[in-house]
Design a protein around this ligand. Structure first.
Ligand code: ATP
Ligand code: K
Length: 292
């Protein structure tokens, strides 16, 4: 069984639907409200656990009721929470989402996620040492991403960097990572002034650019390969990237070949877009295998 360590954010998404978004100083009546657990780190941890991996999450919540709910959700999905410690006198991370006029507006408050610091990660260094692969994103401080990349290099634990949301990444982190999975926009920010084909060629079997409904592109050492994803009835693409990254990590940790790992991850991610919500659509191992 794959041992995966996810280092990243967890939050509560507060989602309001409304026919219209309010302007400055205005109040409008909304139609519905719900809370759903989210955050890229938490989403990827939950997705990996559903796919059958043993998952240790390194993250932080606040000492509020959202923190309790976030921890409950991890446990319900069999994610190990011994390294998800509440921050005293802090709110949990939240995303305030308005769905109106066919588009979303989002305010993110990082709160406790800012406390996923290098020193905090050091307390959980054993989990990084023992993992088959470490999975990290960019909703935590940059200095933590740098530090984790150094720890992975020291322990020779493969590191999968999902460079989302878009932010420039120091060369040291790119060098220390074993796999990097930007979408097309994130790839442009990472490799400024470089054409995608050139960036791919310079990072054989390491850089995987996700291209939504087209699939995933990488350079295998001989040629550029586009691994097409699966045709599905897309209902809600939220969480596609998170599912892709978790599934890719699980497959690589199990020793699957790169191309087979990309196929497995495409299958899992394509299933995720057939259902509403980020975590709501994440498939189980059986669902992926039945459909492959
Ligand atoms: N409409 C779709 N049909 C099938 N598979 C999809 C679709 N959209 C996304 N995927 C799968 O999910 C992967 C990641 O999608 P994408 O490249 O849009 O990443 P992203 O921008 O990080 O996604 P998001 O932010 O929406 O979660 C794709 O490479 C593909 O495997
Ligand atoms: K979804």
């Amino acid at each position: 069984m794959a041992n995966i360590c996810v280092i990243g954010s967890s939050s509560m998404d507060l989602v309001v639907t409304s026919s219209r978004r309010p302007g400055a100083g205005e109040t409008v009546l909304g139609e519905s409200f719900k809370t759903v657990p989210g955050g890229k780190g938490a989403n990827q941890a939950v997705a990996a656990a559903r796919l059958g991996a043993e998952v240790v999450m390194i993250g932080r919540v606040g000492d509020d009721t959202f923190g309790t709910d976030i921890l409950e959700n991890f446990k319900a999905n069999r994610v190990n929470t011994s390294n998800v410690k509440p921050v005293t006198h802090s709110e949990s991370g939240t995303a305030h989402i308005i769905l109106a006029e066919g588009d979303n507006s989002i305010v993110v408050v990082e709160a406790a996620n800012r406390e996923v610091t290098p020193a905090y990660v050091d307390e959980a260094a054993e989990a990084i040492r023992n993992a088959d692969i470490v999975l990290i994103q960019q909703e935590i401080p940059e200095e933590t991403v740098i530090h984790v990349s150094q720890l992975c290099a020291k322990y020779k634990t493969p590191l999968l960097l999902n460079p989302a949301p878009a932010r420039a990444v120091p060369q040291e982190v790119i060098d220390n990572a074993s796999y990097i999975t930007p979408n097309e926009h994130e790839a442009e920010i990472l490799f400024k002034g470089m054409k995608p084909a050139e960036a791919l060629r310079q990072h054989p079997n390491k850089l995987f650019i996700t291209e939504g409904s087209k699939g995933v592109r990488y350079y295998d050492g001989n040629e550029e390969v586009l691994v097409p994803t699966y045709k599905v009835e897309a209902v809600d693409t939220t969480g596609a990237g998170d599912t892709f990254n978790a599934a890719f990590a699980v497959a690589l940790a199990e020793g699957k070949l790169i191309q087979d790992s990309v196929r497995f991850a495409n299958r899992a991610a394509s299933l995720s877009v057939t259902k509403f919500g980020a975590q709501g659509g994440m498939p189980t191992r059986d669902e992926v295998e039945e459909s492959l």
